[in-house]
Design a protein around this ligand. Structure first.
Ligand code: ADP
Ligand code: 5GP
Length: 203
């Protein structure tokens, strides 16, 4: 996706663990282009994940140094266990180039981004129902049963939080994957066009 808008589009995608954010974002990128913002985290890397691709896996002292140095656009302790943060510079560079930049971050992070960049577009992905979310957490094959149970409880909390705060511009139910990707692309493209039109009409 490209535009003459010098400000680009900052897209925040949130949703509970296992709902399908990574899958949707990858497919959306294939259609619309854009860049995925790689977060820094103190959480341990799982065997499927690659450093610098899925996350920058850093130690707590490194994370704290980055945070103190103002290197994060937003950061949060997600469910009180591990710290996650969005490196500021790559986001700014993408926006300066007029690109789409996609952040997969939690509700706390989305709140901070809304403060820092009010024009960000924010989408929350919902599961069709709780049983299906549990199935996907298991299908992902990343966590043991205890971690799955914990993520499931946290997911319900996160969904409640997201639907109570007036933060998200769109909610997409990830029932059928292709349908959900289509809908996400549609709402993002609509927003993108609105920005381009308002920029060109003000020139
Ligand atoms: P998240 O990034 O939100 O944690 P993932 O994208 O890793 O979630 O998806 C979790 C699991 O659910 C994966 O095994 C993925 O293939 C599967 N999945 C994603 N979307 C769907 C869908 N619409 N229907 C069935 N399975 C899905
Ligand atoms: P996971 O450990 O399953 O990859 O991610 C756990 C949660 O952390 C997800 O809700 C994900 O959106 C969120 N997350 C990932 N990166 C960031 C980040 O940079 N900032 C914030 N605030 N949340 C993040």
């Amino acid at each position: 996706m490209s535009t003459n808008d010098p400000n680009g589009l900052l897209l925040v995608v949130s949703g509970p663990s296992g709902v399908g954010k990574t899958t949707i974002v990858h497919r959306m990128q294939k259609r619309l282009g854009g860049r995925f913002s790689v977060s820094a985290t103190t959480r341990p890397r799982s065997k499927e994940e690659k450093d610098g691709v899925d996350y920058y896996f850093v130690t707590r002292p490194e994370f704290d140094r980055m945070q103190r140095g103002g290197e994060f656009l937003e950061w949060a302790e997600v469910f009180g266990r591990h710290a996650y943060g969005t490196p500021r510079r790559p986001v700014e560079q993408s926006l300066e180039r007029g690109e789409l930049i996609i952040l997969d971050i939690d509700v706390q992070g989305a709140r901070q981004v809304r403060q820092a960049m009010p024009s960000a577009f924010m989408v929350f992905i919902l599961p069709p129902d709780e049983d299906e979310l549990m199935r996907r957490l298991q299908a992902r094959g990343r966590d043991d049963q205890e971690a799955i149970e914990r993520r499931f409880a946290e997911a319900k909390h996160e969904i409640r939080q997201a639907t109570e705060v007036k933060l998200y511009d769109a909610f997409v139910i990830n029932d059928d994957l292709e349908r959900a990707v289509e809908e996400t692309c549609r709402v993002v493209t609509n927003r993108w066009q609105n920005i381009s039109e308002s920029t060109s009409s003000s020139q």
